[in-house]
Design a protein around this ligand. Structure first.
Ligand SMILES: [Zn+2]
Length: 419
């Protein structure tokens, strides 16, 4: 039987922890989390740190028009296809240290180990990638950089996205020096992303490694309800056109759509922008951000229509206007079966307990999925907590993930080229 334990590949775990901690200090919050939204000064500093680390180790770094960073390493014939691995460095405003950064730093350490792993016969070259604006916290939609790479969005569309202050992604990237002009590299032979699970299945199942078989579908909305701002005192109740009351009803309706499916569909409203947001003014306008997720594409379509009908009905009853925008529409999908098997076999050969699961959260890998064979490797998140300053993964689990990423890439990089 084939030896899948990647003999000769030495991962420098001390270097991993050192670089991880250095990067985690940029934008860290008092509670040990991270505030490093896309293209912020902190995002720029973390990019600088990782690029400097890679440049010192002779990676060839380029930045494309939307700020995606590629660090390529020639391991084989320079014209040979390359395998890509990486993730993102941006975070939610009060996110955790592990989401994204783990996959970037892990990719750096594993790639560097490939570089120094002499006497190996590689058929492929290797690239580390840092995608722009995966989180979608500052610029919507999420997975923007990887979406441009995959041809889902144009660069112009991505660069024109604005944050709440009207700053475009182009301006923000320019300010941190990452508005590049390089062409993105060609479509990779494969993409492998290492990430924390952001859920609790691995921990509950006592499995150290998650093999991601597919992704949940998601539809996200920005629904703006427009009533009339007025004094909360003298305005008679029957004359009020209260946008916040309508928004509250929409939040409840959104939850009810999930309840009717007995958990098959997950729904939430995590944000509302209220105008003018004063305790003495009936809200004139509220934007409600809702998301619906499930593995069942038919249910997703049906539930989205139900949500849209609910928004119209609630607005009509409250005599207010509604403007509904679908900002994300992602079908449930499956990852490459061959790569799933490879990750599983590598994990088993190295003595870890792999478990197959689907990702509910969005990831750059989902954007890459239609483009090339794609895999994701998950490690446990303590108590399933993520997008939270308390996000935590133990060193043992982090190192196990690196080990499996190393083994998987080691196999892919040596795979005979198909004519
Ligand atoms: Zn992430």
């Amino acid at each position: 039987m084939k030896n899948l334990t990647s003999p000769g590949l030495l991962l420098d775990m001390a270097a991993f922890h050192a670089l991880f901690d250095t990067v985690a200090a940029v934008g860290c919050t008092p509670l040990g989390g991270l505030n490093r939204v896309a293209a912020s000064q902190e995002d720029g500093q973390s990019r600088d740190l990782v690029c400097a680390w890679l440049a010192q180790r002779h990676f060839k770094i380029s930045v494309d028009r939307v700020g995606n960073i590629y660090a390529l390493l020639t391991l084989a014939d320079p014209t040979a296809p390359y395998v890509l691995t990486g993730s993102h460095l941006d975070s939610q405003p009060r996110g955790g240290r592990f989401d994204g950064a783990y996959g970037v730093i892990g990719a750096c350490i594993v790639a560097d180990a490939m570089r120094t792993c002499a006497q190996q016969q590689f058929s492929h070259n290797l690239g580390v990638v840092i995608w722009t604006n995966e989180e979608g916290a500052r610029f919507s939609p999420s997975m923007l950089g990887s979406g441009v790479f995959a041809g889902r969005y144009t660069s112009d569309f991505a660069l024109s996205r604005q944050d709440v202050h009207g700053v475009t992604l182009a301006q923000a990237l320019g300010q941190i020096g990452y508005l590049g002009d390089s062409e993105a590299p060609a479509v990779p032979a494969a993409y492998v992303e290492l990430h924390i699970e952001q859920g609790g299945l691995l921990e509950i199942s006592n499995a150290g490694i998650g093999v991601v078989e597919g992704n949940w579908g998601a539809v996200k909305y920005a629904v703006t309800l427009r009533g009339t701002a007025a004094h909360t005192g003298p305005t008679p109740m029957e004359q009020r056109r209260d946008a916040l009351l309508a928004a509250a009803k929409l939040v409840v309706a959104c939850r009810a759509i999930s309840d009717a499916t007995f958990g098959k569909l997950l729904t939430s409203v995590g944000r509302m922008d209220i105008e003018p947001n004063s305790s003495n003014v009936i809200a004139g306008s509220v934007t409600v951000y809702a998301d619906l997720r499930t593995t069942d594409n038919a249910l997703l379509i049906e539930s989205s229509l139900e949500f849209e009908r609910a928004a119209s009905t609630i607005a009509a009853d409250a005599k207010i206007e509604v403007d509904l925008q679908q900002v994300v529409n992602r079908s449930a999908g499956i990852f490459d079966a061959g790569l799933c098997t490879l990750v599983e076999q590598v994990a088993t050969a190295k003595g870890y307990r792999p478990m197959r699961l689907s990702t509910i959260a969005g990831h750059d890998a989902i954007a890459l999925c239609p483009l090339c064979p794609t895999a994701m490797i998950f490690v446990p998140s303590k108590d399933g907590i993520s997008h939270n300053e308390a996000e935590f993964t133990s060193s043992t689990d982090l190192e196990a993930g690196l080990d499996v990423l190393g083994g998987t890439l080691h196999e892919l990089l040596r795979k005979p080229l198909t004519p």
